[in-house]
Ligand binder design. Structure first.
Ligand code: FMN
Length: 207
């Protein structure tokens, strides 16, 4: 049985390009894995709590020494990590907000990137624990971030780096850039992103 997790984070609801493309990619994956179980977490409509002093106070203590509130906050993050561990395919969709990711996605990352669970420090340095799963990053942005605008790009670069830290390396990437460019350009870029999704659907079965 294949498990697919879709994490959506755009605050733009039904107008979101990244959420729509993420759903289309999940459909492709489902076609390639009949009977796959799909879970969807929409961080924009159901945001996870930010990490707080109570969370930090609890997360580095043995479980039996946590207060009730600390246990609740750390337990919340545990559930998010369980969900990631459950998944074979993880699709993360994100619109660019202020050159980076939506703050709701950052809040989620602050829970799931956890020393002792998703990353272990060893004599050789940090070792991510979520290897063996396929990550897909499905991104949209208003502008375009070619080589000359790299200094402004903290979306794909950040997501690649942070997910590799927890062992999710070599993501497949779908990027719809220039969504606020003149319609002709935006439509062309969107078409290319959709073509990439179709390719990924075919790639799963090796076609
Ligand atoms: C609050 C806000 C901030 C944005 N900041 C940027 C930005 O810094 N750079 C950019 O290229 N586009 C920016 N955009 C445009 C979005 O990235 C674009 O609309 C994209 O389609 C958003 O993804 P979504 O369609 O999945 O919501 C911003 C949009 C909003 C609503």
């Amino acid at each position: 049985m294949t498990n697919i997790l879709l994490i959506k984070s755009s605050p733009r609801g039904g107008a979101s390009v990244s959420s729509q493309l993420g759903e289309e990619l999940v459909q492709q994956l489902q076609e390639q894995h009949p009977g796959a179980v799909v879970k969807v977490r929409d961080l924009a409509s159901q945001p996870v709590p930010h990490i707080t002093p109570d969370y930090i106070g609890g997360v580095f203590k043995p479980a039996d020494q946590r207060s009730e509130q600390e246990s609740q906050l750390v337990g919340y993050g545990d559930e998010l990590i369980d969900e990631l561990e459950w998944a074979d395919h993880i699709v993360v969709s994100s619109g660019m907000i202020n050159f980076s990711i939506p703050s709701t996605l950052k809040a989620w990352l602050d829970h799931v990137v956890r020393v002792g669970r998703t990353v272990q420090y060893t004599a050789d340095g940090p070792v991510g624990q979520l290897g063996g799963r396929q990550l897909y990053l499905v991104l949209a942005s208003g502008g375009a971030y070619g080589p000359e605008r790299q200094a402004w790009e903290f979306q794909l670069s950040y997501l690649k780096q942070i997910f590799s830290f927890i062992g999710l390396q070599e993501p497949e990437v779908v990027c719809a850039q220039g969504m606020l460019a003149p319609a002709e350009i935006a439509e062309k870029n969107l078409g290319e992103a959709r073509e990439r999704i179709m390719q990924l659907g075919r790639a799963v079965v090796g076609a």
